[in-house]
Design a protein around this ligand. Structure first.
Ligand code: 5GP
Ligand code: ZN
Length: 113
C-alpha cells in the first residue's frame, strides 16, 4: 500500500526506531508513547484491521505469532508486565489502517479496566 505510513516504515521510506524485524513482522517505538515503554508490532503484509482480516488458518497463525512477539519484545525492552491493545476501525479508535498491536507498560499507575 503506497500511501500507508506503516508500509513506508517497513520499506524504510520513513524513519522509525525499529526494535525488532524478521521476514514477517516489524516492531517499532510509537511516536507518541502513552507509557514509559510503548511499541507497535505490525505484519509486513498490509492488513487493515481485525474487522477486515480473513479468518483463515494462515491469518490466525500470523496473528498468533505476532501476539507471541509481545512478551518476548516487552522483556527485551525491560518490562516485567505490559498491556496490549488493538484498535479496530474508526469507532474503535484506529487511526492507522495497517493492523498493529500496541504493547506498553512501565508506569506504576495502570488504571484497572
Ligand atoms: P491507532 O490509533 O491506529 O491504534 O494507533 C496508531 C499509533 O501509531 C498511534 O499510537 C500513533 O502515535 C502511532 N503513529 C502514527 N504515526 C506514526 C509514525 O509515523 N511513526 C511511529 N513510530 N508511530 C506512529
Ligand atoms: Zn500498510
Amino acid at each position: 500500500m503506497s500511501d500507508c505510513i506503516f508500509c513506508k516504515i517497513i520499506n524504510k521510506e520513513i524513519p522509525a526506531t525499529i526494535i525488532y524485524e524478521d521476514d514477517r513482522f516489524v516492531a517499532f517505538k510509537d511516536i507518541n508513547p502513552i507509557d514509559k515503554v510503548h511499541f507497535l508490532i505490525i505484519p509486513k503484509m498490509h492488513e487493515e484491521n481485525l474487522l477486515t482480516a480473513k479468518n483463515d488458518l494462515a491469518t490466525r497463525e500470523m496473528f498468533g505469532e505476532m501476539l507471541m512477539l509481545a512478551p518476548k519484545l516487552a522483556k527485551k525492552e525491560g518490562l516485567e508486565g505490559f498491556r496490549t491493545m488493538i484498535n479496530s476501525g474508526v469507532k474503535g479508535g484506529q487511526e492507522v489502517f495497517h493492523i498493529h498491536f500496541h504493547v506498553y507498560g512501565g508506569s506504576d499507575h495502570l488504571r484497572k479496566i
